[in-house]
Unconditional design. Sequence first.
Length: 57
Amino acid sequence: MVIEIRKEDTPEEVKTKLRNFSLKRSKNKKKRLTQFFGVLKLKEDPVTLQRRWRGQA
């Protein structure tokens, strides 16, 4: 995505353009992350499981 900022733009216009860009970008990111939301059902203690995954125990 490209934001066009010209010499004639006032500082308020620049801030508005940047704010709109960041809002659009964060909305898309949230949509992509929702596919990873959920709950894990574990039969084991989470700390021991994490240590095993990291190879610490």
